[in-house]
Design a protein around this ligand. Structure first.
Ligand code: DAH
Length: 341
């Protein structure tokens, strides 16, 4: 192809392209023109570049210069038409931004199933007049053991069964022993009674710690719901009614409950509490009538007041209600699990 022919072809194309950009009435028309002339696949520019191959080598330089001018012209005309129509970068809108693409969803969290359960339990017990009370997770032996009628030589105080905190020396910690992560929420019974006179109707929901190896039903940290009711003439019938109303509300349906004789140092008599679930009796915790020794420890007169107490496993309740079979799932931090609740 001769240089003259090449140049006249470009002249014509350039005129067509500029006319087309200048007369484009909207962004679609501009885009259509851009594709027709500058498009990477089938644009006229592509054909022109191919034509360069047929130019006599001595004319290549002149042809190249014309081609560059052609490209610049078209590019300028394209941009001018964009700003004329108020689109493109001139308007401050990034032309590569596609407003129709789905956005980036903010990662909104939600309340952990155990916290949800705690809120639910507080709500149910609140309707029966039980107020929520709290106590510290780092406890002294008085509240975790002594006031609960658990003497120094009791196996529940074994270092292998508790997370004792290291202290400078055993003597410094006092004859009662060193502080520990509480192993039960029964500690809060003592704290509440030390500060309030009967009648008392409280629950306490919180973490407890025991050095158990994790498996499907054990974890070194778990939660309990403690209940305490102290007044005149409180009986085991009251205890059973409260637990039955609670179980029925939490698990749904009319849940049967069963007491089995047991022993806890801080209750007399003591029972294990089972709920009937899918034709199986499942143990949810312990309960009983507050032991006179406990009343004496907090300065109550056991001749004048009586009360019941109970302690239920929160994970166990949550797992039964939701059909969770492994307690470790609750604490794995795996969002695929947690998002289900
Ligand atoms: N503290 C007991 C435990 O952790 C549970 C318990 C049993 C709590 C009987 C009570 C009770 O208040 O009366 O195993």
């Amino acid at each position: 192809m001769s240089l003259d022919k090449f140049i006249s072809t470009l002249d014509q194309l350039e005129k067509d392209a500029l006319d087309s950009f200048e007369s484009a009435a909207d962004a679609d028309a501009v885009e259509e023109t851009r594709v027709r002339f500058l498009g990477a696949k089938k644009g006229a520019l592509k054909d022109v570049q191919k034509m360069m191959g047929g130019i006599d080598p001595s004319d290549r330089k002149a042809a190249g210069m014309r081609l560059n001018a052609f490209k610049t012209k078209l590019q300028e005309s394209f941009e001018a038409s964009q700003s004329r129509l108020g689109g493109g970068e001139a308007s401050g809108i990034d032309p590569t931004f596609d407003a129709t693409l789905p956005g980036i969803r903010p990662n909104v969290g939600h309340i952990h199933p155990i916290t949800q359960t705690i809120n639910h339990l507080m709500e149910i017990m609140g309707r029966m007049g039980f107020e929520a009370a709290e106590g510290p997770e780092v406890e002294d032996p008085w509240h975790n053991f002594v006031a609960l009628n658990i003497p120094e030589d009791h196996p529940a105080r074994d270092p292998l069964d508790n997370f004792y905190l290291a202290t400078a020396s055993a003597t410094q910690a006092g004859s009662e022993g060193s502080q520990l992560l509480r192993s039960q929420t029964s500690t809060v019974q003592i704290r509440v009674m030390e500060q309030h006179q009967p009648p008392i109707r409280v629950i306490s929901l919180g973490r407890v710690y025991r050095p158990d190896a994790p498996d499907a039903t054990h974890y070194p940290m778990f939660h309990q719901m403690e209940g305490l009711y102290v007044d005149k003439h409180v009986t085991m019938a009251n205890l059973k009614t409260v637990l039955r109303v609670f179980a029925t509300n939490y698990l749904g349906g009319d849940v049967q409950i069963r007491f089995r004789p047991s022993f806890f140092p801080f209750t007399e008599p003591s029972v294990e509490v089972d709920f009937l679930w899918n034709d199986t009796w499942i143990e949810f915790g312990g309960a009983g009538m507050v032991d006179p020794a406990v009343f004496e420890a907090v300065g109550y007169d056991p001749e004048k007041v009586s009360g019941f107490a109970f302690g239920l496993g929160v994970e166990r309740l949550c797992m039964r209600r939701h059909g969770i079979t492994d307690i470790r799932d609750l604490y794995s931090g795996d969002l695929r699990f947690l998002r289900q609740f």
